[in-house]
Write a protein that binds this ligand. Structure first.
Ligand code: MEV
Length: 358
């Protein structure tokens, strides 16, 4: 396929929060997600030689750690938390996106430089995997002149997520593509028009030094592990899990109504119930549980785990979502003291944006 010399394409997409129904959506139940005002951008340009060169920059990390080993100056170094292993796994999504496009559309006889810049913390339940797939696929399709629409980009990205993760609902790739709000019901994606919500996200991202690096790097595929865990527990307690799934389905329906009516008290109450259901299916690690309880105690209207949740044996890495009411400042301060990365977010932002002149 012909590529114009010097051509540069940038595709950017939003992060997402799942407001209601994560995990249950994998079983065909309803879930509501929203784009938030944090973005990931993939820039594609030509390279002097054949092949792909991929660079990931600017991923928010969670600070630095100091490793003081007695009597050994060489080892007395400040180094970042082990987010590098996670970044390596994030590349699995880029690589699979490229391989998928090569196979499906025959792209790739050129040298391509791919640069990824992200404001979305990795493995935090904020849609970094889907964002990576959607933006990479959109930028490469545009660069190589592959014909198609955003719907095609969304479905390509969803296919890649399924290849990498084994299983994925369409919710994350839909939000990265469309922005705004998305309801997924029996695997069908519907775009909804709802008012903006002001929320707080707290991410637990520090992986303890004691965790071996193989385990730390597996975090890049954390969603896959957690989704499999739910499947295994459901296989043992099928009827109980199915009742919980049905309750979650009804909960999402009532939550949409509450948002439409601007009834934030009920939105918050439903977030608290949703959190309890996620705990019941085993996806709430201790550190996220503590953040949720703390926010609730400090007067949040509602608080819950968002996205895939987490696992204690993977450092409890993941995120919580808080509808703060009047107590936002207190909640944010307490979360920061508890070592979370704290973000004020607004729901409903812009979806995929492709730029050729910048
Ligand atoms: C992950 O962001 C959301 C899950 O429901 C998985 C999925 O929907 O594919 C846990």
């Amino acid at each position: 396929m012909p590529v114009i010399e010097g051509k540069e394409i940038r595709a950017s997409v939003p992060a997402k929060v799942i407001l209601f129904g994560e995990h249950f959506v994998v079983y065909g139940k309803r879930a509501l997600a929203a784009a938030i005002n944090r973005r990931l951008a993939v820039q594609v340009s030509s390279r002097g030689k054949r092949g792909y060169h991929i660079k990931i920059e600017d991923i928010p990390t969670f600070g630095l750690e100091l490793d003081l080993e007695a009597g050994n100056d060489e080892k007395r170094k400040v180094r970042p938390y082990k987010d590098y292993g996670t970044a390596v796994k994030a590349l699995a999504y880029v690589r699979s996106s490229i391989e998928y496009l090569e196979e499906r559309y025959g792209i790739g006889n050129e040298g391509v430089e791919i640069e990824i810049k992200s404001e979305i913390p990795l493995s935090a339940g904020l849609g970094s995997s889907a964002a990576t797939c959607v933006a990479t696929i959109a930028a490469l399709k545009e660069y190589f002149g592959v014909k198609g629409d955003v719907e095609g980009i969304r479905s390509d990205a969803h296919n890649v997520e399924k290849i990498v993760q084994g299983a994925a609902s369409p919710i994350d790739t839909a939000i990265s593509t469309y922005g705004g709000y998305v309801l997924v019901e029996r695997n069908e994606v519907k775009r909804l028009r709802l008012d903006e919500l002001n929320l707080i996200v707290g991410c637990v991202g520090s992986i303890p030094l004691s965790m071996d690096s193989t385990k730390a790097s597996e975090l890049g595929l954390k969603t896959k592990t957690i989704v499999e865990g739910v499947k295994n527990r459901r296989a043992i307690f099928t009827s109980i899990f199915d009742s919980v799934f049905d309750a979650a389905d009804e909960l999402t329906a009532q939550a949409i109504k509450a948002i439409e009516e601007n009834d934030l008290v009920n939105v918050g109450a439903l977030m608290n119930i949703n959190h309890g259901l996620l705990d019941a299916i085993g996806v709430v690690p201790r550190r996220l549980s503590e953040l949720v309880k703390m926010a609730q105690d400090l007067g949040a209207l509602g608080a819950k785990v968002t996205g895939a949740g987490g696992l204690d044996e993977m450092g409890g890495v993941g995120s919580v979502l808080v509808l703060p009411g009047e107590s936002g400042d207190r909640i944010k301060a307490a979360m920061a003291i508890a070592d979370a990365l704290v973000m004020d977010v607004k729901t409903g932002g812009e979806g995929l944006r492709i730029e050729t002149d910048f």
